[in-house]
Design a protein around this ligand. Sequence first.
Ligand code: NAD
Length: 414
Amino acid sequence: MIKDSLARKAQKQLFKAAIEIKLDPNLLKILEKPMRVLKVSIPIKMDNGKTKVFTGFRCQYNNSKGPTKGGVRYHPEVTEDEIVALAAWMTWKCALLDLPYGGAKGGVICDPRKLSEGELERMTRRYTSEIMPILGPHIDIPAPDVYTTSKTMAWIMDTFSMMKGYTEPSIVTGKPEVLGGSKGRKEATGRGVAIITREFFKAKRKSLKGAKIAVQGFGNVGGYAALFLSRMGAKIVAASDVSGALINPDGLDISGLIECVEKHACIIKHPGKQIDREELLFQDVDVLIPAALENQIHRKNAHKIKAKVIFEGANGPTTPEADEILEKRRIPVIPDILANAGGVVVSHLEWVQALSGLFWEEEQVNTELEKKMVKSFKQVWDVATRRKVPFRCAAYLIAIERIAEVYRYRGIFP
Ligand code: NAD
């Protein structure tokens, strides 16, 4: 996988939109750089009695619209560069969805599958205490991302609360419901991907019934996207995770796959025809949903994609070079900052609930999610159609313009 200078790639996407909206070059100077990046050492006593020192990051990219918001990722290939890019994308995503947030991202370089539960807990708690000076429910609010879960969020919340001396549920989102988590948060990103797919088909006056879909990364986002899309009548014909890929032209048994992942933490224990993991991307399908990691579709494989449209469940799965190839091949890419925004939309609702101490039924959460996603899709679709630009560019135009407007009022301190 190509992982170098993801932040540079994120900048390129920003520059493209900046030219299109004739953004004030002085503002571009601000937006092309992260506001703050903290790098921390995390010493942990391992189960074998030895000490291991992990490295972690937290980037707060821009807070002009409100407290920064973004997930925490545990992965052996985490880099500062990747975290900065992910924090930039969170900034544009929050602006596009018109949430009162800036963007952030955090990560720890580790392989969580090789750590015991106790080691993971100690690492999470020490990471939290190291980034504590820049955390707060009105400063920066973490959430789950790759290989972090509601349990990780519970540890962050407890550590923050213990250090402050009072319980602060609004310091994280994606936490268990019993700690003030929101109903519907776990499913929200996948549900959002499904809503955006449905709206795209509607706008194209096509039916989702029987549409063939391949999902790369059957985790939280990919698994729920597959579930909701199959309920809408689509056929999930291929799915993969880090363990391998399964294919069935008649449609995979999605509930069975979800159960398999819950039980064995991988999909290939489920019976079915296996294909090479990389081959999943090149299936002859109507829809491809990359929902694993960034840089999966790049200049060396973009010409092999056969899908008619791509919905980015993951953050940054398509490189700018691949974007250009796909544009020439007339394969639309519905960008991450729109397609996977369901998670941060419900995170916002969770934060509002925790701050107010009033908790909503799932129906109310899902209704709000639906409204936000549909409205944002329409805005992106309209700009893309009117200005004849790709969907990513249209989404960036809306997001950057909103941030620019904030700067026009707030100015630059001092
Ligand atoms: P997850 O850990 O639940 O799932 C990731 C999945 O990808 C796992 O099934 C893993 O096995 C699989 N995977 C990893 N490498 C792979 C590869 N090379 N090929 C195929 N599969 C591979 O993580 P998640 O929360 O679902 O996040 C997935 C992506 O979605 C990330 O880019 C994340 O930033 C983004 N995202 C997540 C949320 C959220 O709410 N969880 C919100 C917005 C965006």
